[in-house]
Design a protein around this ligand. Structure first.
Ligand code: GDP
Length: 334
């Protein structure tokens, strides 16, 4: 099934050699498959178009290409495909010899760049769970160096490649996908500013705007993201959705595990408080704060609203965040 000109959604292409991990990435990030199950995936042997816009706020498609795309095959209209592409992710298996992958990377990005220089070129150095920390850094340096040398030899210095170390066995793949998706959101600075104002008004340490289904974060305030905070927020989404699936649905199983009423506070035993609130059908605001500021900001005398101030800030900021997040993505529904 080939793309038509009416396919106007921003597209992310997932490419790379056979067995590099493309289907696994897609299944783990967008279809909640557990990493171990990917061991039994059949290898990709066709162009796979996965339209996730009905379940996710992120309104784009993933094209899972077979490893051996033949650019000289006249039936393969790569020009059409590249013209409609927002980001091209090239997956390299870091546990394997990557010389062939680098050749393929160069061929692919140089072709794509000639058709559409606006594409964001993203390289996932993948399966790094099998590498020691030193080995990871050395592999990234080596791949970075060789890929850019190849571009320089072809006088394509203007073609910029971004590199990410990824694995489906931890949160790095979600983190990398978040960055890729964020680059495709034109109003990202507006969203970030809003979140900055929001946290400074409510004593919150860190706030993420999450796509609930994929656990990609669409935006966060400008304080640095540490992996642990991000993982904590991802875990909270899982807990909330799971509990809601078990206890939140009607007797006959109807209803939604995530809706306008969705809201949760979890206090951890290390004085951290996690706060989740529905923003739209697909988005949630997830915040991290200290117990002290949670209590100080609240009114202990009104036990029903210990999170009084946060609630107030949320009430004033959520509508603006919703507004700008809805207008920020082309064709975002809801
Ligand atoms: P594709 O042909 O590019 O779609 O590759 P697959 O998704 O079928 O993956 C090939 C193999 O790599 C499978 O056995 C996966 O379990 C494995 N794999 C995928 N991602 C990772 C990863 O991050 N770490 C490790 N160790 N293995 C992975």
């Amino acid at each position: 099934d080939s793309p038509t000109p009416s396919d106007s959604k921003p597209r992310i292409l997932l490419m790379g050699l056979r067995r590099s991990g493309k289907s696994s990435i897609q299944k783990v990030v967008f279809h909640k498959m557990s990493p171990n199950e990917t061991l039994f995936l059949e290898s990709t042997n066709k162009i796979y178009k996965d339209d996730i816009s009905s379940s996710s706020f992120v309104n784009f498609q993933i094209w899972d290409f077979p490893g051996q795309v033949d650019f000289f095959d006249p039936t393969f209209d790569y020009e059409m495909i590249f013209r409609g592409t927002g980001a091209l992710i090239f997956v390299i298996d870091a546990q394997d010899d990557y010389v062939e992958a680098l050749g393929r990377l160069h061929l692919t990005v140089s072709r794509a760049y000639r058709v559409n220089p606006e594409i964001n070129f993203e390289v996932f150095i993948h399966k790094v769970d099998g590498l020691s920390d030193d080995h990871k850094i050395e592999t990234q340096r080596d791949i970075h160096q060789r890929a850019n040398d190849d571009l320089a030899d072809a006088s394509l210095e203007k073609l910029h490649l971004s590199f990410y170390l990824t694995s489906i066995y931890d949160h790095s793949i979600f983190e990398a996908f978040s960055k890729v998706v964020q680059k495709l959101i034109p109003q990202l600075p507006t969203l970030e500013n809003l979140l900055n104002i929001f946290i400074s008004n409510s004593g919150i340490e860190k706030a993420f705007l999450f796509d609930v289904v994929s656990k990609i974060y669409i935006a966060t305030d400008s304080s640095p993201v540490d992996m642990q905070s991000y993982e904590l927020c991802c875990d909270m989404i899982d807990v909330v959705i799971d509990v809601s699936c078990i206890y939140g649905l009607k007797e006959d199983g109807s209803g939604s595990a995530y809706d306008k009423e969705s809201m949760a506070i979890i206090k951890l035993n290390n004085t951290t408080v996690l706060y989740l609130k529905e923003v739209t059908k697909f988005l949630a605001l997830v915040c991290i704060l200290r117990e002290e500021s949670f209590e100080r900001k609240g009114k202990p005398s009104t036990p029903a609203f210990p999170h009084y101030c946060i609630k107030q800030s949320l009430n004033s900021f959520l509508p603006i965040i919703v507004q700008s997040s809805v207008t920020s993505l082309p064709q975002a529904q809801n």
